[in-house]
Every structure is written in structure tokens, then in C-alpha cells.
Ligand binder design. Sequence first.
Ligand code: CP3
Length: 342
Amino acid sequence: MTKTILRALAGERLPTPPIWMMRQAGRYLPEYRATRSQAGDFLKLCYTPELAAEVTLQPIRRFGFDAAILFADILLIAQALGADLWFETGEGPRLSTVTGPADLARLRPAAAVHEVLAPVYQTLRILSGALPNETTLIGFAGAPWTVASYMIAGRGTPDQGPAHRLKAGDRATFAALIDLLTEATVEYLSAQIEAGAEVVKLFDSWAGSLKGRDFADFAVAPVARIIAALKARHPATPVIAFPREAGAAYEGFARATGADCLALDNSVDAGWAAAHVQRDGCVQGNLAPGHMVTGGPEMDAEIRRIVRTFSAGPHIFNLGHGITPDADPANVARMIDVVRGG
Ligand code: CP3
């Protein structure tokens, strides 16, 4: 096994951590903005395999990251289940809402998702043939709780209020939606692996708003079910989990879910994570995305601190969340130089 990302995910400690970046294909890159305007809108870009593959490859060509992440979105699966989905320019996603049993009954069964998602698999097939030999191809999906929070509210919300209210007021509908998403995500990620994804990642961006029993039931249990089902079908494919803002619950999360690697958000103390999380396996992430905007000696120092702190175990360098549109590509290039010893 020569790909550095796969070696780190297998638990190997490498002298230089491999590196990729959340949202590495995105609006901070002029070449992304050009392809995006060629596509017309964001969903058209996601569902046009040649263009989605092109934007996936752009940051690999420009920066030489060790991994490429499929260009798509975590909300495509909602559309594949029958929800309406569109993006309001400058505002973000909008969806038809799931507020009770009648809305749930209108959704399609898990096994039906492939019809809408077929172009995503085609993007992966193109990428499998186009990536440099040393670059790992990562597929992904949203975790059930995060996707459910958008499907219930019909949009992004600061506190996932509508999802929490459905959970409290109609737990049967809420739990059935989580189950449907869990099964659909197994189908979706299995098909991604069969199309060429060598690693898959589960994004639970809103895991931090689940507490106590709810965290166990809706952040841990569905992710554990997805990973168990994937490992049964594709035992050699590593899984990265991102329970963003989980705080102390990062400890033990890899053991409880079977994840091979945990992505750490930038609120986690690196020293604490090295002692309490990294002992269970590989970790990635932690650098605050704001450094990609501000750069300078503070960025260099923070990168070196993170590399040093995780140097005793398996580590993949990454940001703690997605890079923002106002980031400077020169800071990204500098980050890679510093990680690789510059
Ligand atoms: O990381 C990558 O480069 C791969 C592609 C990717 C995108 N979204 C592309 C995208 C991935 C892995 C995602 C994940 C995603 N999408 C998450 C989980 C990670 C996170 O950021 O917490 C979430 C919550 C979404 C839902 C979503 N998609 C929102 C809320 C938005 C609007 C916010 C924004 O940044 O504009 C999107 C749009 C989106 N997804 C863009 C990109 C590049 C920007 C759309 C554009 O080009 O106009």
C-alpha cells in the first residue's frame, strides 16, 4: 500500500502527515468559479459528471493534495429520496420539509436512491481513471442527523430547532426518518465504493447540538449502523467520521462507531485529542479555516503546533471545517509547504 492517506488510515505513523482540505474544490478558487458559471447552477455542477470531476481535480492540479474528495453535496440524498432541493444564491440550500408522517410517507425507499445519484457514481468512475497514482479518492455522505436537520427545517438553521422539535413532539416520525436515511446512506456509500471511492467520510456537521441520550441514539447509533453495514460489504474500505462540535464525546466515538479516523473540528484542543482520541486511531483536521484567510506567521506557527502535537500517532493534516470563499489560495499553498517541512 503506497498511498499515504491509506497508510495513515490503517494506523501508520508517517514522518510527514498526508494532507487534504475540506471544501478544497470551492469558490476561493477562480477555476472553480469559472466551471461553476459554465454549469449554470450548483446542482447542475453536482449532477454533470465531467464538470464535477473537473472541479474535483482542480485543487489536485494546483496544490498536489494527497487526497481528492468527490465533488457533490450531502443534500443530494434528500433529493434522491424525493424531497425538492434547490440552492438560493448567496443563502444556501432550500428543501421541501418533513414535518409529519404524511411527508415521510411521500419519500421513496432507500434502495431507490441510485436513480437520481447515478451521475455521482459516474463522477467517481471518471476520477478513478484520472487521478495521479498517489492520490486517494474520497467519497462521502452526510450523517443521518445532519441531513435530517435540513430535511425537517427545509433549510440550514443555527440551532437545528425544527429537528429538535420534531424529535420531541413526534419521535416516531423523527426516528423513521433517521432510519430511512441510515439505510439510504449505506446504499449510497456502497455504490460510491463500487464506483471507485477508496475511503468514505460521514459529515455530521450538527452532531454538537445533540446531547446525552440523543447523542447516543442519533449521532452514534446511525453512524455505527452505517459503518457496520459498509464493513460487511467492503471490509477494506476505511471510514472517516466527522462528529463536528462533539466536544468531550469525541473520546470513545471511534470505538463506539467503528470509524477508522475521526475528523476534529477546530474547537477541540489538539493536546487533549492526541491523548484521548488519537490513541484509538487516526485523526485529521483541527486547523481553524480562518487561517486560510489571514495567513502569516500565526498560520505557520499553528500548523507546526498541530503537526507536532499529533506526531506520535497516525495523522492526516486538514482544516477543522470547510475553507471559506474569502480564503487566499496562496495561504493554502503555504500551508502545504509548511506541513511538508517548509
Ligand atoms: O469538500 C469538498 O470539496 C467536497 C464537496 C462538498 C460540498 N459540500 C460542496 C459545496 C462537501 C463534502 C460538502 C458537504 C456539505 N454540504 C456539508 C457538510 C460539511 C460542512 O460544511 O459542515 C453541508 C452541511 C452541506 C450543505 C450545504 N451545501 C450548504 C449549507 C451549502 C451552502 C453554504 C455555502 O458554503 O454556500 C452548500 C453549498 C456547497 N456545497 C458549495 C460547495 C462548493 C457552495 C455552492 C456554490 O458553489 O455556490
